[in-house]
Design a protein around this ligand. Structure first.
Ligand code: ZN
Ligand code: ZN
Ligand code: ZN
Ligand code: ZN
Ligand code: ZN
Ligand code: ZN
Length: 375
């Protein structure tokens, strides 16, 4: 009885793989063929046992440097022996995957599991019988199976990835494989996620191709400066100054309140009386439907200039005992000055005026409730 189909048991032990991609090298040719063989157990007639016995069968694809089987040069056996069992020829073998190609033939040998004789299924007169050699066999078209199509995707550049489709067929016995590869360029399938980073005053936009993993990161600044107001009581309303320094694409909404939890006012509260006022604010930055909220507090400091100089009790005449009481820094609109106090009569005098500062942020001020534009 002759069985050419690998048993189910053997198939489980030797699931399909392309031997060329898993090639193991060994010190001599027979060992190398053994190491890379698909091994099955099949029933053949043994010429030594003189009956049908179980054989361990080894099959491995033939790879040559020119892709043609050695049989075209009459070489049949893996030791280089020709069909006549006497003359020698060149196998032209090499390393598969590097310099040798599948020929559409496989090397095979069989070992009787009863008597241990190699190739005793070939008949006692065969050159191979009782020799540890392989012989060449045609991987007939009937034995070929279709290779499941597989796709791999690799990055090409910032716009494209390469889709490589592999298909083909393989010999069901030795797994010798003919592969066809085709590749096409496709645009990335970018998926974007936006992450707010309040501590860094920015939105981070991570775009990743779901297919190949190509990623880009972009940063968009989202930042406002809320400045304290320092000024004098002058009958006009005063409040804090907000400068929006965000980049294009960011919308900024700001709410104010008299307490940290109560920021509901759409415009900053104004103050006309002398005092130090806390203005709480809550700024919502929105970039492509992603929000982040910044909380804070700024102050309005209003001084009543009219009470900042006094005449004292008059006991000193023109001979005062001056000491520096305090200094007022200039603001964008008001002069700076020093105040001196006479420690004897209580007279207070302003001196050493400094020029006002001007408006450093004027070009980016979005809401400036100052003298020029009462809030
Ligand atoms: Zn036997
Ligand atoms: Zn084959
Ligand atoms: Zn991609
Ligand atoms: Zn005095
Ligand atoms: Zn100003
Ligand atoms: Zn003013």
């Amino acid at each position: 009885m002759l069985s050419l189909v690998p048993s189910a048991f053997a198939a489980q032990q030797n699931s399909y793989h392309d031997p060329a991609e898993h090639w193991q090298e060994a010190l001599n040719r027979t060992n190398e063929l053994d190491a890379n063989s698909v091994v099955t157990v099949e029933t053949f007639d043994c010429c030594i046992c003189d009956k049908a016995t179980a054989f361990e069968v080894f099959r491995v694809p033939e790879y040559t440097r020119n892709g043609e089987t050695a049989l075209t040069r009459n070489v049949k056996y893996s030791d280089g022996t020709c069909l006549d069992g006497k003359s020698k020829g060149d196998l032209l073998d090499g390393t598969p995957g590097q310099d040798a190609y599948y020929t559409g033939y496989h090397w095979t040998k069989a070992v009787c599991e009863v008597c241990g004789t190699i190739n005793s299924n070939m008949g006692a007169t065969s050159y191979a019988c009782n020799k540890n050699v392989y012989w060449l066999y045609d991987c007939a078209a009937d034995f070929f199976e279709t290779l499941p199509e597989s796709k791999t995707i690799e990055q090409a550049d910032r716009n494209f990835h390469r889709v490589i489709t592999t298909s083909g067929e393989y010999c069901a016995f030795c797994y010798g494989t003919y592969k066809e590869e085709s590749s096409t360029l496709e645009r990335h399938h970018m998926e974007t996620a936006i992450r707010p980073e309040l501590a860094h005053d920015r939105f981070v936009e991570m775009s990743t191709c779901a297919d190949c993993g190509y990623a880009e990161t972009a940063y968009t600044a989202a930042k406002s400066v809320v400045a304290d107001y320092f000024g004098v009581v002058d009958g006009q309303p005063h409040t804090v100054t907000v400068s929006d320094l965000s980049e294009a694409g960011v919308t900024t909404a700001i709410r104010y309140g008299h307490t940290a939890d109560g920021c509901t006012l759409t415009s900053a509260p104004n103050y006309t009386e002398a005092g130090d006022y806390a203005v709480y604010y809550e700024i919502t930055y929105t970039y492509k439907n992603t929000d982040m909220v910044e909380d804070g507090v700024a102050y309005v400091h209003l001084r009543d200039e009219s009470t900042e100089e006094t005449e004292g009790d008059g006991t000193c005449g023109e001979d005062h005992n001056w000491t520096l009481l305090d200094s007022v820094n200039p603001t964008c609109l008001t002069l700076g000055y020093d105040r001196y106090l006479c420690v004897d009569c209580g007279k207070i005098e302003k001196r050493d005026y400094e020029a006002a500062l001007g408006h450093a942020f004027q070009s980016v001020v979005i809401r400036d409730a100052t003298c020029e534009a009462p809030g």
